[in-house]
Ligand binder design. Structure first.
Ligand code: PGA
Length: 253
């Protein structure tokens, strides 16, 4: 059975003290909850990964990075390699977030390299993709999503997919307060599962967790998560408050 996952992307928020406090709030708030088949992941900034890892040690909360460089090592000032992430005990990395694509020019081809490098370091990849508003308005959203997924992921062997989590994040819904409706999310997630099944096989597609991201909050999470092809969420703004994030986690139970 595929896992349900609620992942919090803290983006460039929270200094050391705030990161530890938020992590601690999650550990405390979740310790008596019985989460069935549900993983909880948080992605702090690079500098706070180790501290958050220490605070969450022994709890249900897993820690992921928000990005990594594709090279093993070398003269890439300011960058972080997959090997460095595994060396501090990380098991997952977010790649392809729309902010990376838009503000840092990350292309599908670059992301394909990053995915390969992450998998080579035994990191699970939470791979983000999604259309911008014009694509949705012109009815191009399925084609855009298909090309983002196929360009970055369809070169992978079937066996590699056990370490891939997909995160559909329509760009027009990220941080805007506007969310895709539960039906829009389900329609896209079913489409994604179909293209993965067509490329590989139905059993593999059934096992892939597909998260929704974009203004997901306590008030709308339950409806979105109730859809059969929505296996959880990638949460931005609402992941910055322990109570909101925990309410979203509870919405998936
Ligand atoms: P948001 O961000 O929940 O603030 O819309 C989601 C994301 O960027 O992953």
């Amino acid at each position: 059975m595929r896992s349900k996952i609620v992942a919090g992307n803290w983006k460039m928020n929270n200094d050391l003290a705030a990161s530890k406090a938020l992590a601690n709030g999650l550990v405390e708030g979740l310790k008596d909850k019985n989460l069935t088949n549900t993983r909880v992941v948080v992605a702090p900034t690079f500098v706070n990964l180790t501290s958050v890892k220490e605070v969450t040690e022994g709890s249900v909360v897993e820690v992921a990075a928000q990005n990594m460089h594709q090279a093993k090592s070398g003269a890439f000032t300011g960058e972080i390699s997959g090997e460095m992430l595994t060396s501090i005990g990380l098991k997952s990395v977010i790649l392809g977030h729309s902010e990376r694509r838009e503000y840092f020019g990350e292309s599908d081809a670059l992301l394909a390299e990053k995915v390969t490098a992450a998998l080579a370091n035994n990191l699970e990849v939470i791979f983000c993709f999604g259309e911008v508003l014009e694509d949705r308005k012109s009815g191009n959203h399925f084609a855009v999503v298909e090309s983002q997924i196929s360009n970055a992921l369809f070169g992978l062997e079937a066996a590699a997919w056990k370490n891939i989590v997909l995160a559909y994040e329509p760009v027009w819904a990220i941080g805007t307060g506007e969310t895709a409706s539960a039906d829009q999310a389900q329609e896209m997630h079913a489409f994604i599962r179909k293209i993965v099944a067509d490329k590989y096989d139905a059993a593999l597609a059934e096992e892939v967790s597909i998260l929704y991201g974009g203004s997901c909050k306590p008030g709308n999470a339950k409806e979105i998560f109730s859809k059969e092809d929505v296996d959880g969420g990638l949460i931005g703004g609402a992941a910055l408050q322990a109570t909101d994030f925990i309410a979203i986690i509870e919405a998936i139970q």
